[in-house]
Design a protein around this ligand. Sequence first.
Ligand code: ME8
Length: 508
Amino acid sequence: MSRFYLTTAIDYSNGDPHIGHAYEKVGADVIARFHRLAGEDVHYVIGMDEHGQKVAQEAAAQGRPPQELVDDLAARFQTVWDRLSISHDDFIRTTEPRHRQAVQALVRKIRDAGDLYRDRYEGYYCTGCEAFKREPELEEGRCPIHPSREIAWTEEENWFFRLSAYRDRLIEHIEAHPEFIEPESRRNEILRLLEGGLEDISASRSRVPWGVPFPDEEGHTVYVWFDALPNYISAIGFPGDEFHTWWPAGLHVIGKDITRFHCVIWPAMLLSAGLELPRTVWGHGFVKIGGGKLSKSEARLLDLDQLIDRHGPDAFRYFLLREIPWDRDRDFPSVDAFLKQFDERYNADLANDLGNLLNRTVSMSRKYRDGIVRRFADTELDAQIEGALDVYEKAMADGRLHEGLDAAMSIVRAANGFIDTEQPWKLAREPESQERLDDVLAALVRGLGTTALMLEPFIPGKAVEMWQRLGGSDLPLLSGLSEGIPTTVPERWDTVLFPRVDLDDRQA
Ligand code: ME8
């Protein structure tokens, strides 16, 4: 069985989970679930980035010990991920002993390779990015990504990592393996950055006690990015041999703001330590409101628990992936516009198109055939189902999740059109059309069963429910789909899959 190791960014423990975090974890979960459906052995890891100045400052602002803050936030994030059915196999926290040991082992390997040296750092530091900044990167003395934060002038004796030595090897690797950075726009950004040259970076901090102790260097901690990036190997047992079960990773999913860390610094660290590089780093786009980054108040208005309560967890997962392409940004004009779009999508796609199709199919199958599904010949709908399944498998394997989702929903649209043209209620009255009626009903059941499987990565709970309403029990793998389509549709359930909401009554 082929293995697929998939990770997301580990989230900073300095505030509540927000919609950007949810988008990333759900998107990666869709990928994990798709690979499982394809029969692969998947290991999906998410977690928390709990060290560094940003977290220490937040704890100080709240007057609490940092460990207490990060424990609370880890529990809070995990509760939301459970509510959203994120199917991760592990949850790594950078304050865990297994992580500390792995980071120290990696730092030692990099030092043994001759890539660490002591020097004095003088320059700016942005706590928002947790990164050192060069003068030309600042705008009017501030970080353009975190303009509300003060930039701190920093002077410290540090350990430096010889990043500059890896520039040529990184360019060669990216050119020889274009799939290393996806989508293409991100690859081009990184190539431009590398062409501009690389400077060595600081790998330790002497004034930030909240971190992993730097090996054999009293008073220094490991710089937070040097600590965070190795989570991808600490979670699978590095430096123990078991780490080779999953390494190299198949895919690191991250946001576009941190591609530099994942496509330059991380691979350079791995090369220095003599470890293999991940196959692909995917830099997804950003959820924006009003053209800008999510502000704190917007994030609060788009509270994840409330969004999940609004139409249920699956509807929220559906909306995120339906509206925000996996390879680009998506800007909503305002919080209200976001909510309105969510409600409309819910009613149009899930309550009407999908929910009604299921209802109609089940009732007609019961009414005309007591639920027995019989097929004499293929119909036009069967051909459309085959075509959609092909498009889906290719799009999903390439990470075009929005196209995969659209392929699944194209079956729903085709099936609704098919009912309108075939008019099964008329066929039922015509003695000469009885075989056609069977074929039409069989194609509808097959269409919905196929859609349920294709939608499982996106709406895992409702997909199983759809499958059961058609008479199935456990969902099959993609390879077992054609033999697995249910053949006896049970009585109608008295609940609806996605109850319609009355939009006039709803306040945003
Ligand atoms: O960057 N839309 O943590 P983080 C989409 N700890 N994605 C978004 C987003 C938005 N509006 N806002 C943030 C960190 N993200 C580091 C990562 S990995 C070794 C360390 C994404 O909590 C962001 O791009 O700031 C990142 O991938 C993830 O959420 C966590 O962001």
